[in-house]
Ligand binder design. Structure first.
Ligand SMILES: [Ca+2]
Length: 301
């Protein structure tokens, strides 16, 4: 058996095995077959192999095709989250001199590796499945008794991390969140066209379409096909809150072991200025509020 043939055969087996696990991640048989394939052909490849690097469809995901904006989408099988693949990109993070709050400066160039971001904020329906699967109590229901399609609220950063661990996902870094909100066009707001109005996002004030949270996806998608980045609920990010550094950065992440965790995007209870793409807020990891939820991501994959 020549080396090229063996490599091709190994790749095909690994891909088939990885797809079988993706389709039925709960199957011990599938998991065993994949591990066997990896062990058997480990020596064939020049570098070590893992399911994430050998399958065209990462483990635990189902391919959905491209959205109308042209970006590849996947479904995370465990929790049903639809993820949009954002290509590696470079953008200007923060605000130029004379614009925004002090902590939006210095504006600096950031380059990010490809990542997947949830199309929607995590809903009550999804969070309910997580609670049922892990024997956790549901968060306190707000007074407006949201439907299951509304974003979950009254969840802490710690709660959001537990959800991610269950779903095999992650929180966005602050930089990943801002790139998505910028829409690939350096948008001032994370909306369909970078502007702000009650037709584009859910925020506080006369003319709002919803008195509280709105069902996710009630406003137009942004250029990546992502909804509600600006408004509806604030979104927990992975990062600790930290001053921006001068100069370019690649895949940056804020402070670790911090008591301040970043929140992005504003919410139904805030004025539109708080919905700007560059706005930064924070709270302590165990804080829960009726205008704070989260969005999930997957990276690396
Ligand atoms: Ca939001």
């Amino acid at each position: 058996m020549n080396e090229e043939f063996e490599r091709k055969q190994a790749t095909e087996w690994l891909v088939r095995s990885a797809q079988a696990v993706a389709e039925r991640p709960e199957s011990r048989v599938n998991q065993t077959v994949l591990k066997s394939a990896l062990d058997c052909y480990r020596d064939v490849f020049a570098v070590s192999v893992s399911p994430a690097h050998t399958s065209p469809i990462p483990i635990g995901l189902r391919e959905l095709g491209r959205n109308v904006q042209g970006y590849q989408e996947y479904e995370n099988i465990i929790d049903g989250t639809v993820l949009v693949l954002i290509p590696g990109s470079t953008f200007q993070m923060g605000s130029p001199i004379g614009v925004g709050d002090d902590d939006e400066h210095p504006q600096h160039e950031v380059t990010l590796s490809p990542y997947m971001i949830a199309k929607h904020e995590v809903t009550w329906s999804q969070y309910g499945k997580f609670c049922a699967a892990t024997n956790r109590n549901l968060p306190q229901r707000p007074r407006w008794n949201p439907y299951d399609t509304h974003p979950v609220v009254n969840v802490s950063w710690t709660d959001a991390k537990a959800y991610c661990a269950w779903a095999g996902l992650a929180l966005l870094t602050e930089a990943q969140w801002e790139l998505a909100a910028r829409g690939g066009k350096q948008f001032e707001y994370g909306t369909a066209d970078g502007k702000i109005s009650h037709e584009l996002a859910n925020y506080y004030g006369d003319g709002t379409r919803y008195p509280n949270t709105s069902p996710v996806g009630s406003y137009p998608a942004n250029p990546y096909g992502i909804f509600d980045l600006s408004g509806n609920v604030w979104e927990w990010c992975e990062d600790g809150y930290w001053p921006y550094k001068v100069g370019p950065a690649t895949d940056p992440i804020g402070a670790v072991n911090t008591e301040r965790r970043v929140l992005r995007g504003g919410s139904w209870y805030f004025n539109p200025v708080r919905l700007r793409s560059a706005i930064r807020s924070w709270s302590v990891p165990d804080h829960q509020d009726y205008y704070v939820g989260f969005r999930v991501a997957r990276a690396p994959f």
